[in-house]
Every structure is written in structure tokens, then in C-alpha cells.
Ligand binder design. Structure first.
Ligand code: FES
Ligand code: FES
Length: 183
């Protein structure tokens, strides 16, 4: 069977087995950023965003995403220019093996869309369905707080029309410009 969806901003048709989960379908189509951990909805390694909500794709029958908008980790950043959430995880040493990280990043990105300025308790609650066995959660909490700050700075700069950096101050590395080229 075929499933039509918007995948990472592109109109896409996936050829799938009726019994496939969304995780199966994505990985068979080459979107291998979402990982299979438990396969039972407990670890969060397979988290993607469907119509603005974070979803454990190992539990989602692929037929249910007909017509949906699906975003995977492949939609964020590039090798040369990380998404602010990715950059915050790197800069706060909040990752080691990286098996959990794609799902964690997708959950955090979606969470910060709905709650741009979360407190620590809200962050812990938001990540309660995403397990990391390597890093420890303190660094992850630090990374999420840092990511919230970076995204807030980005939004402020965009709404400010990219106001020039005052003389004597450094341009913040917010990815909204080419870096230090503005006057
Ligand atoms: S693989 Fe989906 S929640 Fe663990
Ligand atoms: S870095 Fe998360 S499980 Fe290893």
C-alpha cells in the first residue's frame, strides 16, 4: 500500500506493508535517524513529530499518517550548521552514544515550541518518556535550558528585524545570519 504525507517539508509517498509502524516505514525509506530501542513505547528513541505533536513512531501504524505532516531528525540542521537544540546538546556535553539523542532532540524541539521558557520540573516531565542510559540527565537538563535561551534569542532577533550588533559586542551565534556580516 502507499501512504502520502508531507515528510520533512516534502510531499512524499511511502510504499509500505499494511502492518508497518511509522518507524518501520521511515527506516525502510532511508530515514534512519529515528532509532528502534524497546519497540514498546518506553524509551523514546523513535520519537518524531506528527502534526506538531511528538509521537513514538514504533507505536504508530503508518496508515494513520496518511495526509499528515511528519518531521524527523533529518529535518533539523546540517553538518555545518546545527539546529540550536542540537548545538546546545553538543555544547553541554549532553550526549555520548547518541542512540537516544535523535528522539530526545525531536521531543525537546517540539516541547520548546509549546513551552518556550520551561522550568526544570517541566523539562523533566517533558522528557519522562525519553530514556538515556549514558549521559545522565543533569547535562540534558542544562542543554534544554540552553536551547530555550538560544531559541529565545533567535526569536528576539528575528522580531527585531536583525538589529545590528552594538559596537564592541560580539554577534551571538544564533544561525539567523551569516555571522558578523551585518552593519
Ligand atoms: S523504540 Fe519506540 S519508544 Fe522505544
Ligand atoms: S547518549 Fe543517550 S543512551 Fe547513550
Amino acid at each position: 500500500m502507499e501512504v502520502n504525507l508531507t515528510l520533512n517539508g516534502e510531499d512524499t509517498t511511502l510504499t509500505v506493508d499494511q502492518s508497518d509502524t511509522l518507524l518501520d516505514a521511515l527506516r525502510n525509506a532511508g530515514y534512519t535517524g529515528a532509532k528502534r530501542g524497546c519497540g514498546t513505547g518506553d524509551c523514546g528513541f523513535c520519537t518524531v513529530v506528527v502534526d506538531g505533536a511528538s509521537v513514538k513512531s514504533c507505536l504508530q501504524p503508518v496508515a494513520r499518517v496518511e495526509g499528515a505532516t511528519v518531521e524527523t531528525i533529518e529535518s533539523l540542521g546540517t553538518q555545518d550548521e546545527l539546529h540550536p537544540v542540537q548545538a546546545a546538546f553538543v555544547d553541554n556535553a549532553a550526549l555520548q552514544c547518541g542512540f537516544c539523542i535523535p528522539g530526545m532532540i525531536m521531543r525537546v524541539t517540539q516541547f520548546l515550541e509549546s513551552n518556550p521558557d520551561p522550568n526544570e520540573e517541566e523539562i523533566r516531565e517533558a522528557l519522562s518518556g525519553n530514556i538515556c542510559r549514558c549521559t545522565g540527565y543533569e547535562k540534558i537538563i542544562d542543554a534544554v535550558q540552553d536551547a530555550a535561551s538560544r531559541l529565545s534569542n533567535e526569536r528576539a532577533m528575528v522580531s527585531d528585524g536583525g538589529r545590528p550588533v552594538p559596537s564592541g559586542q560580539s554577534c551571538v551565534d544564533c544561525s539567523t545570519c551569516s555571522g558578523g556580516e551585518r552593519e
